[in-house]
Design a protein around this ligand. Structure first.
Ligand code: HEC
Length: 155
């Protein structure tokens, strides 16, 4: 093998090993049951199951971290999605101390949830590539939207 190629390969592997040292935290903060979405509104089992399957990994404090979330640089993207997802919507910590108007907050976030699933922006495409079961059917989407609008689901 030409010397320059060997040098490049060694450099590449050195880089891959080196970046493993950069490890952003993977957190699952403890869940306070009185702060969850269920504490604020009734969540029918049908809805709970869709949210769990498609959204909880990024929008709750009960993320199941996949093995590759240990391996940089993939880990950086996964952890960033979860951190950012939780900031936008967190079903485990629906209301925070600084939520001024819980009813208004819930109404507004529910609209956003329906919008995001209708436009297929959520779940994120990159997530669906590895979590096929998270894909929502048209039925799932309509069930979510009916619930966000009326608080109930069809039988
Ligand atoms: C792989 C992680 C991931 C999954 C799974 C996921 N989301 Fe998100 N979600 C994000 C991230 C990251 C954002 C931050 C903004 C963005 O990237 O659009 C976000 C933003 C949102 C927002 C806020 C949009 C706004 O206008 O403020 C809503 C609502 C939302 N997601 C709903 C859902 C729902 C409902 C599901 C399940 C059907 C879901 N997400 C699944 C990562 C995820």
């Amino acid at each position: 093998m030409p010397g320059f190629l060997r040098g490049a390969l060694l450099g590449f592997f050195g880089l891959i090993v080196g970046i493993q040292l950069i490890r952003p935290a993977r957190t699952n903060p403890p869940v306070n049951q009185s702060h969850t979405l269920e504490a604020v509104v009734f969540v029918p089992p049908q809805i709970e199951s869709i949210l769990r399957r498609g959204c909880y990994d990024c929008h709750s404090d009960r993320t199941s971290w996949p093995w590759y979330s240990n391996v940089a640089p993939v880990s950086w993207f996964v952890i960033d999605h979860v951190d950012s997802g939780r900031r936008h919507v967190n079903f485990s910590e629906w209301l925070r101390l600084d939520t001024k108007n819980p009813a208004e907050y819930t109404r507004e976030r529910f609209q956003a949830i329906c919008r995001q699933v209708q436009t297929h922006d959520m779940p994120l495409t990159s997530y669906l590539l590895v979590h096929r079961a998270a894909k929502l059917s048209q039925d799932d989407i309509e069930t979510i939207c009916q619930w966000t609008r009326t608080g109930v689901v069809p039988n």
